[in-house]
Design a protein around this ligand. Structure first.
Ligand code: ADP
Length: 529
């Protein structure tokens, strides 16, 4: 038997709230329910019952129609008004034999109805049927249920016309003669409710047995309509798995009301299942995304470690290659022919390029792994800019570009790592020089800007389209515009520069106009600030 979900998510016995002022009847119902495995809470008045319902959120409410303070149908209406209880199945009991009372009860929101004269087994069977309907978190239909009611009627069943009149107007009615056709229609998602038109008890029960599990799986309620002449036992039919039971010889309006109650509950349950399923999908998507993020993080950590180790290992032999070829180039081992000299120079340029790449990769990998140790010294920018200018001057003269460096003598010192600041300035200067045509100029200037020193590296080069700005600082990004592809480079310089600036508490920005030039600006904190 499905139980209630507690806040801890455990399933416990279902709770039934019984509201009845007659102590005798109340005790009898409570005992019957308890022996069927329910937990029962009893209330003697409507007010008391409503308070208990709010507090306890029962799985089913059984309420007597006549109470000393409020009418039982009013109690059900009030329960329906409370959002948390809106979907709690409510069963109305009455001593009244008048079918219009049941009709009214179903219309005001009761899900089922029991007469006091009925055997208690009928009440137990109805409570069980209401509980069966309670939505479990299982697969819900993807779309709202079909608005079709299926009559399962053997050929020549005498009461088909009454059965046809049962469903509300907005539902289409269709008929099948065999239980296997009924099962196919249910599995095909075509059915909102199935009505078995029973011509004899054995046939009806057999049909019910054959379609019951398909109907349960598809959350399709099953109503059995008995031929008035068949003395069927209501509680037997309900216990066998039907959700409700009507007799063809009774008031058709009443049974239409019962069917409406079944369909209403099915709609609410389907909606619950859809909401639960959506929530579950979101949870699954969130945990899959989390797992993917974990894997991505691990992969990225692995990649950074791998790159750090590889570049470290590459640097030693590369420095040796560079050292020996530079010696050859300078003629230390004896004079070279012009051809040999050209070839050796080619090796030197390529080895230098490779060393820059390896150094940048190593630095980036160290930064990503949080392993790049930076000093926090008081740094005189004038001295650092001078060294950067000296290193960049060979590129400037090779390219025929003028290089100006203009650092005011009274510029306050910044806080950071002198070697890394020099690397930043060199990267920006060499880019400016690389992307500026001969006879152009690259200008390095600095000034106080609030609590920072702002350093501008301005060139009169090819410029950068604004749409490319977001790509500039990404790893291995080289832009395709102008002649920029022809210049030497790895596409790592600006990515590394930005990381180095930010690690020292600064920031970097760019302004540029295609064909006019670019200005890269770096802000670094003033040492005294
Ligand atoms: P690279 O090693 O290619 O210079 P960077 O990360 O330093 O790598 O620069 C990335 C790309 O940004 C360059 O390939 C170039 O297309 C563009 N770029 C950088 N600086 C400038 C500049 N001053 N003028 C024009 N384009 C530039």
């Amino acid at each position: 038997m499905p139980g209630r979900a507690t806040s801890a998510g455990m399933r416990v016995q279902p709770l039934v709230l019984v509201i009845d002022d007659s102590i005798t009847y109340r005790t009898a119902i409570a005992q019957a329910l308890r022996s069927a495995g329910y937990v029962v809470v009893a209330a003697a008045t409507g007010e008391e019952g409503l308070r208990a319902a709010s507090r306890l959120r029962p799985d089913v409410v059984v309420v007597d129609r006549v109470l000393p303070d409020i009418d039982g149908t009013e109690v059900i209406r009030d329960i329906r008004l409370e959002p948390a209880l809106r979907r709690t199945p409510c069963l109305l009991i009455t001593a009244d034999e008048d079918p219009t009372v049941e009709y009214a009860a179903l219309e005001t929101g009761a899900d089922a109805y029991v007469r006091k004269g009925d055997d208690l087994s009928v009440l137990l069977a109805r409570v069980a049927a209401l509980r069966r309907d309670a939505p479990e978190i299982v697969d819900a239909p993807a779309s709202p249920a079909a608005r079709r009611v299926m009559l399962v009627a053997p050929d020549g069943a005498p009461h088909v016309s009454q059965a046809r009149a049962l469903p509300p107007e907005e539902y289409e009615v269709f008929e099948v003669a065999s239980p296997s056709d009924a099962v196919s229609a249910i599995r095909g998602g075509e059915v909102a409710c199935a009505v078995i038109v029973m011509t004899n008890l054995a046939g009806g029960v057999s049909t019910l047995d054959q379609i019951r599990s398909a109907a349960r799986d598809a959350h399709v309620p099953v109503l059995v309509m008995q031929d008035g002449s068949v003395p069927a036992d209501a509680s037997h039919i309900l216990a066998r798995g039907a959700d409700d039971y009507v007799s063809a010889s009774d008031d058709p309006g009443l049974y239409a009301a019962r069917m409406r109650a079944l369909l209403r509950r099915k709609d609410m349950d389907d909606e619950d299942r859809r909401v639960a399923q959506t929530l579950r999908r979101h949870e699954q998507a969130a945990s899959a995304a989390e797992a993917r993020a974990d894997v991505a993080e691990q992969e990225s950590e692995f990649k950074d470690r791998f790159l750090a180790i590889m570049s470290h290992e590459l640097r030693t032999p590369l420095n040796a290659i560079l050292g020996f070829t530079q010696m050859l180039e300078r003629g230390v081992g004896g004079p070279l022919t012009a051809v040999h000299h050209r070839h050796v120079s080619g090796i030197v340029r390529s080895a230098e390029h490779l060393l820059t790449l390896v150094n940048d990769v190593l630095d980036l990998a160290k930064i990503r792994a949080g392993k790049l140790a930076l000093r926090r010294d008081v740094v005189d920018l004038g001295a650092v800019a001078d060294t950067a200018r000296l290193t960049a001057s060979s590129i400037a003269s090779q390219r025929g570009v003028v290089l100006h460096v203009d650092i005011p003598a009274d510029l306050p010192p910044v806080r950071g790592d002198a070697v890394r600041i020099q690397q930043i300035l060199y990267n920006l200067l060499s880019n400016g020089l690389k992307f500026t045509p001969p006879e152009g100029a690259v200008h390095l200037a600095a000034a106080v800007d609030g609590k920072s020193v702002r350093i501008d590296v301005r060139d009169t080069g090819i410029g950068i389209p604004r749409t490319d700005f977001p790509r500039l600082f990404r790893d291995f990004e080289r832009l395709e515009h102008g002649q920029s592809q022809q210049a030497d480079g790895t596409g790592l310089g600006l990515a590394l520069t930005r990381q180095l600036v930010e690690l020292q508490g600064g920031r970097i920005d760019v302004e540029s106009e295609v064909g006019v030039g670019s200005t890269f600006s770096v802000w670094l904190p003033i040492a005294s600030a």
